[in-house]
Design a protein around this ligand. Structure first.
Ligand code: NIG
Ligand code: FE
Length: 416
């Protein structure tokens, strides 16, 4: 395949490493790609000669987003919970009434593999349309061997059919299913742990557990970590979401790749992360989605030098959004993160949390996964929210999403 030079780039913004990761911009840029890989980035005027050029129309170019925490596969929706929350019911009260995770489990168990594949394929296209090119995808709405394995099979089919890179995680320890009510230990022994080996065989790269009062406990996570290690799988943990249960320190102790949520993690937990390789994955849309006030202390984490990751936590209950730019907008308003920090958190830090060194920046040798935005300044991507701004998504040099835009229309921050 011959090289292609992308031009018509008003501004290209990418993380670059100078000690820590910083955002660098190039105005009127050129981006040369070959065989799905970036070969050259710089001012268009300095670009090497190529026969083949593609004009991107003048927007902002960013590396594709890596959404490092999603629950992509499930059936049904939970819109009925909005009125329950309006009436004052919280996560625990809704769950106690048969709603919440268990409701989605009922719908998911009843869905066929084909129905689930259609659902995730549609969601994957919406992710691409919002600039996501790689996604971690969890199971966790099956909660029995058969359905958990069906969800992994669905992810394998999605990976084969969609240009989106999917990185599956086995989350049978998301909740205790009704048939094991009051028998958490038995569920762990009979379903979660025996499921680790088949999950690895079906393509899971990591395991996860919801460590929380009424869900799973620290010792359960220790058992799961052991099983994961035995099968060569990584560990990611949902911790400190609804209270500070020492979950960040637990994740650090177990050598988890990531500690996710962390809304209630205090200075001790942050210190534990700082002296480990476990990275914080923050999910502000789930705080908004549950109508809560307490966001993770991103500022303290960044100030301790932690490589903070931002992700959607896409799921039908707490966080029904597929949009990474929406999460960036939220992070800049609720967690005192700058647009630069939000961009690093959704690209290179997110990729590294998944062990992917070949993406998250636009530099020679990286995958040519990039996106084009209808704006003139990269910081606008974290500024506007509630409407789609991504005009094109490119994966390994191939355009996989192209938005219809009237060329007469000014961009949102432009005067015609
Ligand atoms: O990450 N915390 C546990 N799991 C999800 C919520 C899932 C649901 O409500 O269906 C989360 O927020
Ligand atoms: Fe989650």
């Amino acid at each position: 395949m011959s090289a292609t030079l992308f031009v018509g780039i008003g501004e290209l913004a990418t993380p670059v490493q100078s000690g820590s990761w910083e955002v660098r911009t190039v105005r009127d840029a050129g981006l040369m790609v070959e065989d799905g890989t970036v070969r050259w980035v710089g001012p268009r005027a300095d670009a090497p000669a190529t026969a083949d050029t593609v004009d991107l129309g003048g927007g902002v170019v960013l590396p594709g987003f890596v959404d490092a925490h999603t629950h992509l596969a499930f059936a049904g929706h939970r819109a009925d919970e909005l009125a329950m929350r309006a009436a004052g019911m919280d996560f625990a009260a809704i769950a106690a009434g048969g709603g919440g995770i268990r409701k989605t489990v009922r719908h998911t168990r009843a869905a066929s593999e084909r129905e689930l594949l259609e659902a995730v394929s549609g969601r994957a296209r919406r992710m691409l349309a919002n600039g996501t090119t790689t996604a971690e995808v969890k199971t966790g709405y099956g909660l029995d061997q058969e359905t958990e394995q069906r969800l992994l099979a669905v992810y394998a089919s999605l990976a084969a059919a969609s240009p989106l890179t999917v990185v599956p995680t086995y989350l049978a320890a998301h909740a205790v299913p009704p048939e094991y009510d009051g028998k958490r230990g038995a569920y762990l022994e009979e379903v979660v742990l025996p499921g680790v080996a088949p999950a690895a065989a079906l393509g899971a790269r990591a395991v996860d557990m919801f460590v929380e009062q009424g869900y799973f406990q620290a010792d359960d996570a220790r058992r799961l970590a052991e099983a994961a290690r035995a099968h060569g799988l990584g560990l990611r943990l949902h911790v400190d979401q609804l209270g500070d249960h020492g979950g960040a320190a637990l994740a650090a102790e177990l050598g988890a790749a990531s500690a996710d949520h962390l809304e209630h993690t205090g200075p001790e937990g942050i210190a534990a992360l700082a002296s480990s390789r476990t990275v914080p994955v923050l999910l502000p849309a789930s705080v908004l989605g549950l109508g809560l006030q307490r966001y993770p202390d991103a500022r303290a984490m960044i100030d301790r030098g932690l490589p903070v990751v931002l992700a959607t936590d896409f799921n039908p209950g707490s966080s029904p959004t597929l949009s990474v730019p929406f999460v960036m907008a939220l992070a800049t308003r609720t967690m005192r993160m700058t647009p630069d920090e939000a961009l690093v958190a959704t690209t290179v830090n997110a990729a590294q949390s998944l062990g992917l060194a070949d993406r998250g920046t636009l530099a020679p040798g990286q995958r040519a996964d990039f996106t084009v935005w209808d704006c003139t300044d990269y910081r606008e991507v974290a500024c506007w929210f509630g409407f789609e701004l991504c005009s094109r998504t490119v994966i390994e040099s191939r355009t996989v999403h192209l938005a219809r835009r009237d060329p007469q229309d000014p961009r949102p921050g432009e005067t015609a």
